[in-house]
Design a protein around this ligand. Structure first.
Ligand code: DGJ
Length: 745
């Protein structure tokens, strides 16, 4: 997969699907040559030719010397790691304040090695390697032109993935202190192509929406600076050729495995060449590195598809499920849960929760989650974060957990460990544990402050409190919330010199805490959350196999949120629950939720008998079909951004079953509408549960399924396609054959 052609000095990274080439040019710079569909040969001279500008350099005697090389132009060549304050003005890979105070930075090749297996970025969440994975890592070491500052570029290639994982590491060997103000995980320079950028933005209750913009000469910055709870934008993007769509054309999907402040910078240079850089945001990022100290970046995955967005999505879903999520839950069924928040808010007691357990059990729900309000004196959201002891006046936790288990139900608990309420015993005892500037009035978002997790003592203290609860009680699931972002930050622990390190160190503190938790309690199913999906990223998914998708359960919004999330994240990672909120039917909401980790946010006691039967029916459907959603391939059939419909489907890997979803946003003419499905075997026969016919996959994919009749505004449609080994037309479409039909599914 990875080799070095020493005569031409080319690094060749190539698997069966994708190739990535770069070389060491005569001046020692790493020049990018190619990224794309697998390619065997490359004309290095022609690839590099640039008739841009001839450069004159001063030679050692400081006389002007002309550089006649047309194959290199600092201004216009494609690089692996761009310089700073030299002639390349397109965006620096690293910004460093050197020991002489200068910021000029330019790295040249020093050495390299190719190792079997994967090298991961230390202390970060990262992609893992499974038994049968074929993986290699290339590490190229570069040295700054002026000083002993080394940059290591890491390229990880999996045989099974069309794409690469990249990260980098800076090492200070100057003998003195330097300051690091920016460092990228990935840079991708590319020849001129007509690119569009797709990113995600959102807010509370409207957690994710896709946005498409044309990549032009004004730099586009996709970023977040909230320090964690960043609805604003998400650390993942798509770069696609202008004509590419869900099924055709060249697409890159690029995601950072990081949950803190991030940045993607994308733009064209004056020659219409593209530069993409992915990094920890350089806003409020300034690290002091003593001699021998290093700084590593988070991993960044770059996926390439020559067959449109759906293929990139499927590749991303596969690698996240197989190589990132915690192993014990990655491809497993998750229990159907019900959460106490909607029925009771803070107003619950032992008896109410026991009743919820029984009511839920009667509906075949498998897990009850006790949400916010069980600890300290927390009867509203203005106190007690940090006081993680049970409020015995309110609830007998042991009694409800034993009761749940006796009734063969699982039990889950809500926590918000990274926060502290000013009205808490912890704050009164340790005000220095809170992260805020002592000379500025801190904003109390949701009446709370953030804990100073840059301080290991605070991380250990919080972990001990969590450990007490989770080892004393037999808890099966944990909802780990994060309800405010970072503002007016200031760390007493870090001191004056290191305030520029707070955002990143806070994130690393959170990761430390999460690591301790999952290692100590590997069997607890963790679901992270940040006021909904305010921290939904690959970093969090390394620790928690599912993340709450949104507090919004109204189908009109939910469909949009899940549509956007599905493009980048496996459906099994998206917490999707049915609520009682007064909009459309329970059935509509259940159908949408079946395409995520399934559950409820309602009081079963308030359901009608008919609704209860529906809940039982849908729990059965979830059991029957969740494996297609959890492990199958996802396809967008029609996008709500370009039509009145959101339609998608999941197909099992062996193509024997598929689950199809369609949502109609507006009343439309309902005559003659066909839904063409994807991903089936053209030669297999499939029974479809919508029209009860059997046809070949070929027919469903090219002609489609007639969905005209049932279309109404806000109508949600679900149907199954199942492989059968016979052809029957229409015979199943009468009452007498009801049993036969059910058997087929
Ligand atoms: C925000 C979450 O999104 C809700 O589901 C709920 O857990 C509340 N926090 C509790 O404070």
């Amino acid at each position: 997969m990875i080799s070095f052609d020493s005569s031409k000095k080319i690094f060749k990274l190539s698997n069966s699907k994708y190739s990535y080439y770069f070389y060491i040019n005569p001046l020692g710079y790493l020049v990018h040559l190619y990224s794309g569909k697998k390619l065997n040969e490359l004309g290095i001279e022609r690839t590099n030719e640039r008739y841009i500008e001839r450069y004159a350099f001063l030679n050692e005697e400081f006389k002007e010397v002309c550089d006649e090389n047309y194959y290199y132009s600092e201004q216009g060549s494609l690089f692996e790691c761009a310089s700073f304050l030299k002639s390349d003005k397109r965006g620096a890979f690293a910004v460093i304040k050197h020991t002489d105070g200068s910021y000029i930075t330019s790295f040249k090749y020093f050495s390299h090695k190719i190792v079997k297996g994967k090298v991961s970025s230390e202390n970060y969440p990262h992609f893992k390697v499974n038994n049968f994975d074929k993986v290699e890592t290339l590490i190229v070491t570069l040295k700054d032109e002026k000083e002993d500052i080394f940059l290591e570029l890491y390229y990880v290639m999996y045989e099974k993935i069309s794409g690469l994982i990249r990260f980098s590491k800076l090492i200070n060997k100057t003998g003195k202190t330097i300051e690091l103000d920016r460092i990228c995980s990935l840079e991708l320079d590319s020849y001129n192509k007509d690119f569009d950028l797709v990113s995600i933005h959102g807010q509370w209750g409207d957690d994710k929406e896709l946005e498409l913009e044309k990549v032009g000469h004004s730099k586009i910055v996709v970023n977040d600076n909230h320090g964690g709870r960043g609805f604003r934008q998400n650390p993942t993007i798509i770069l696609k050729e202008h004509n590419a769509n869900y099924d055709h054309g060249e697409v890159y999907m690029c995601s950072l495995v990081y949950s803190g402040n991030f940045k993607f910078e994308v733009g064209l240079d004056e020659y219409d060449q593209l530069r993409l850089q992915a990094l920890i945001s350089d806003e409020m990022f300034s690290f002091t590195l003593q001699n021998n100290e290093t700084f590593s970046t988070p991993e960044c995955i770059l996926i390439y598809s020559s067959e449109g967005i759906n293929k990139a999505t499927q590749t991303m879903h596969d690698i996240v499920r197989e190589n990132l999520l915690p192993n014990s839950y990655a491809l497993k069924e998750r229990p159907i849960l019900i959460n106490s928040r909607e029925p009771f808010m803070f107003d619950f007691d032992t008896e109410k929760i026991k009743k919820l357990i029984l009511d839920a059990k009667a509906l075949n729900i498998e897990q009850v989650v006790l949400d916010d309000g069980w600890f300290g004196k927390r009867n509203s959201d203005n106190s007690s974060l940090g006081d993680l002891y049970v409020n015995e006046d309110k609830i007998n936790l042991k009694e409800v957990i034993d009761f749940a288990h006796k009734n063969r139900m699982k039990f889950g608990l809500w926590v918000e460990p990274e926060m502290i309420s000013p009205d808490s015993e912890l704050f009164r005892k340790h005000p220095e544990y809170a992260l805020y500037d002592r000379n500025t009035k801190p904003t109390l978002l949701r009446h709370q402050l953030v804990l100073d997790l840059t301080n290991d003592e605070v991380v250990d203290c919080v972990f001990k409190e969590l450990e007490k609860i989770f080892s004393r009680y037999d808890i099966d699931y944990c909802k780990w919330d994060f309800n405010r972002y970072l503002s007016e930050i200031g760390s007493l622990h870090l001191g004056n010199e290191k305030q520029g390190e707070i955002f990143h160190r806070f994130m690393m503190g959170s990761y430390k805490l999460l690591n301790k938790f999952i290692n100590r309690f590997p069997n607890v199913l963790l679901e992270t959350c940040a006021s909904g999906a305010g921290r939904f990223d690959l970093g969090m998914l390394y620790y928690s196999p599912q993340i709450w998708g949104s507090d919004e359960t109204n189908p009109f919004s939910r469909v949009m949120i899940q549509f956007a999330t599905n493009v980048f994240y496996p459906l099994s990672t998206i917490g999707a629950h049915v609520s009682a909120a007064n909009s459309l039917t329970l059935q509509d909401k259940a159908i949408i939720s079946l395409f995520g980790t399934y559950g409820y946010e309602l009081d079963p006691d308030k359901l009608s008998e008919e609704e209860k039967n529906k809940v039982i029916e849908f729990n059965g459907l979830h059991k029957r079909f969740h494996h297609i959603v959890t492990k199958g391939d996802y396809y967008v059939l029609s996008s709500p951004y370009t039509s009145n419909f959101a339609s998608w489907m999941c197909v099992s890997k062996d193509k024997s079953e598929a689950l199809v979803f369609n949502f109609n946003f507006r009343r439309e003419q309902t005559k003659g509408r066909f839904l063409r499905v994807k991903g089936l075997d053209p030669n297999k026969n499939y029974f479809n549960s919508l029209t009860n016919d059997v046809y070949k996959g070929d027919f469903y994919m090219n002609v489609g399924i007639n969905i005209s009749a049932p279309l109404k505004e806000g109508m949600t449609m679900l149907f199954v396609l199942k492989e059968v080994n016979f052809i029957v037309k229409n015979v199943l479409n009468n009452k007498a054959n009801k049993k036969k039909r059910e058997k087929l599914l």
